[in-house]
Design a binder for this molecule. Structure first.
Ligand code: ADP
Length: 307
């Protein structure tokens, strides 16, 4: 598809360039030959019986030379613009093609994540239906396990909706003066975390910032197996979420903000690898920066810097 679109775009470039080039060549040819034709005609009228000052064959030859030069020039323009048009159209289409690849990968990952719990639901129900002496307790256990799968799917679809929401929201974020300390306090709720909060007023969208701190705090709690989690806010616009948990390996660090990426150590925990990509979108929409420092088995610090 990419090659087809690239060839089409090259052809469009060529048609435009060649139309302009042929139009100007025509004007140049007309301009140059009109004078020669005039001289030829004047000679015929004024000196009908004597020898011409300029040989008419020379005039014809000059005209065809001009024509040939313009033809060569157009052939040259055709070749150069063909090659450069192909190169430029490749450059123009590259980001679109990359975006489409990303989208394709995203859809395939999302369907895979949805199919896994669905197949396990289906298998469990089929096995139970085949059992002619199904006991009430077994049926209840089955329903309980099915409910867990349904909860997981609901969580995944919520994440997907959020990802879409924050991706398309840059235009309608409601920016206002908000206190980061209030937001994290509200978000942490009854979770056991240590606070080290300073009043920090920034210009931001309250809902997105609540979501951002929820993601960072939830991760810190999830990946720290009950160890201390500390939240810091300080001037001029810094939010830090620190934990002393499992940490992130150097191999995983460059990828943790990618959609559906999950670190090796995270595999035993619930999750889909979408939280940090949503967090990154929110950070980007606030023209802020997010930094991570982490050591395996020592813990991680996520730092958001608002300007
Ligand atoms: P999820 O937590 O659902 O896997 P995220 O996008 O929130 O997805 O995180 C991506 C990955 O980053 C996680 O799978 C995990 O490997 C790593 N990670 C994020 N936060 C932490 C943390 N506080 N401690 C250790 N690893 C973390």
């Amino acid at each position: 598809m990419f090659t087809k679109a690239r060839t089409k775009l090259t052809l469009y470039y060529l048609v435009i360039i060649m139309t302009i080039s042929l139009f100007f060549s025509f004007i140049i040819y007309q301009g140059a030959t009109i004078e020669l034709t005039r001289i030829e005609n004047m000679q015929r009228i004024r000196r009908p019986n004597s020898a011409f000052l300029i040989d008419p064959d020379l005039i014809t030859e000059t005209k065809s030379r001009i024509f040939l030069s313009l033809l060569t020039l157009n052939a040259f323009i055709l070749c150069v613009s063909g090659v450069s048009g192909y190169f430029l159209s490749g450059k123009t289409l590259k980001p679109i093609s990359e975006m489409m690849e990303e989208q394709k990968e995203f859809i395939s990952n999302a369907s895979h994540e949805l199919r896994t719990p669905l197949s396990s639901l289906k298998t469990e129900i089929e096995v139970a239906l085949r059992d002619k002496e199904l006991k009430l307790k077994t049926a209840k256990d089955l329903i309980k396990s099915n409910l867990e799968e349904v909860d997981k799917m609901t969580q995944l679809s919520n994440y997907l909706l959020e990802l879409n929401k924050f991706q398309n929201r840059s235009g309608n974020l409601k920016f206002s003066k908000v206190n980061l300390a209030d937001i994290v306090k509200e978000t942490a709720g009854k979770n056991k975390v240590k606070f080290n909060l300073e009043k920090v007023i920034i210009n931001g969208d309250k809902d997105s910032l609540t979501e951002l701190s929820r993601i960072l705090i939830d991760n810190a709690i999830k990946y720290s197996d009950g160890k201390d989690v500390e939240i810091v806010t300080r001037k001029p616009g810094i939010l830090e979420v620190k934990d002393k948990g499992i940490g992130i390996s150097e191999k995983d660090l460059p990828h943790i903000f990618d959609r559906f990426y999950r670190g090796d150590k995270a595999m035993g925990k619930d999750g889909y690898g979408l939280g940090l990509s949503i967090a990154k979108q929110i950070v980007d929409q606030h023209s802020a920066k997010i930094k991570v420092e982490s050591k395996l088995s020592k813990g991680s610090t996520f730092k958001v810097i608002f300007s």
